[in-house]
Design a protein around this ligand. Structure first.
Ligand SMILES: O=C(O)CCC(=O)C(=O)O
Ligand SMILES: [Fe+2]
Length: 247
């Protein structure tokens, strides 16, 4: 085994262990109740700095999006290339099976036939067979005045229904404003908003587009969007981990 392979395996083991240490029953309960759940301190401040620092190194990325050019808001992001940086790839692989359990329960409750395989490798194979082969993990950068409009990260017919975003900057110190926001549109009802307080290194797992809500007459389906409120001052970086690949 060469040194690179060994380091990669250590990182993915470390990612698996850190992810397994969370209370997944509690996170599942929060996802069911609110459409989101927070994994506090998923990555260390040093790891946050080193991931945010990749932004300037174009060789890690396949594309660069200036949000204002597309009407997505204001700010910018870059999609990582394969192979993903070890920590991000490791977390994507390690988070997936826990989230797939929730995703499968949601599918069943919404009366969908879709079931998600137990490993991310098998899920990616389905994406690739469907022509969705481009990696979706991304690194976002916001400055004062920037914001991210409410949206859904869909990149083709296949969509894994839960995604994760990790805040790489420290609120109050590195930036102010810039809250992570989720909205939930209930059928024939007014929308509900959820603001998710995060510290540096915290991850939020949240519904990508739909989720079931338990009502008095069974489950109904709500439609979600997420975004970021205006950055009032400073700089804010996040890394987004999306489990389906893109067309
Ligand atoms: O910057 C954020 O907190 C949200 C980024 C985002 O839209 C995503 O990760 O999909
Ligand atoms: Fe997003």
């Amino acid at each position: 085994m060469n040194a690179n392979v060994r380091i990669r395996q250590q990182t993915s083991k470390a990612a698996e262990e850190r992810v397994a240490a969370y209370d997944w029953d509690g996170l599942g309960t929060d996802l069911d109740a609110y459409g989101c759940a927070v994994l506090e301190k998923l990555i260390s401040p040093e790891e946050c700095e080193s991931i945010a620092g990749l932004y300037l190194h174009e060789e890690h990325f396949r594309s660069h999006i200036i949000m204002a050019r597309h009407g997505f808001g204001k700010g910018e992001y870059r999609y990582f290339k394969y192979p993903l940086p070890d920590l991000i790839g490791g977390l994507r692989t390690a988070l997936y099976p826990h989230l797939a359990t929730v995703a499968n329960a949601w599918s069943e409750r919404m009366g969908n036939d879709q079931r998600y395989p137990a490993t991310h490798r098998d899920y990616l194979e389905l994406c690739h067979e469907a022509g969705q082969t481009r990696p979706t993990p991304l690194l976002l950068q916001y400055r004062e005045g920037d914001f991210n409009c409410l949206h859904q990260d869909l990149y083709g017919d296949l969509a894994f229904p839960i995604q994760v975003a990790v805040l790489l900057s420290e609120p109050g110190r590195d930036f102010t404003g810039g809250e992570f926001v989720l909205t939930e549109q209930r059928p024939r009802m007014q929308s509900r908003a959820e603001v998710v307080p995060l510290r540096q290194g915290d991850a939020v797992a949240f519904a990508v587009h739909n989720r079931p809500v338990q009502g008095t007459k069974g489950n109904y389906r709500v439609s979600l969007r997420h975004g970021v409120s205006r950055i009032r001052s400073g700089h804010r970086h996040t890394v987004g981990i999306i489990f389906h690949d893109a067309r």
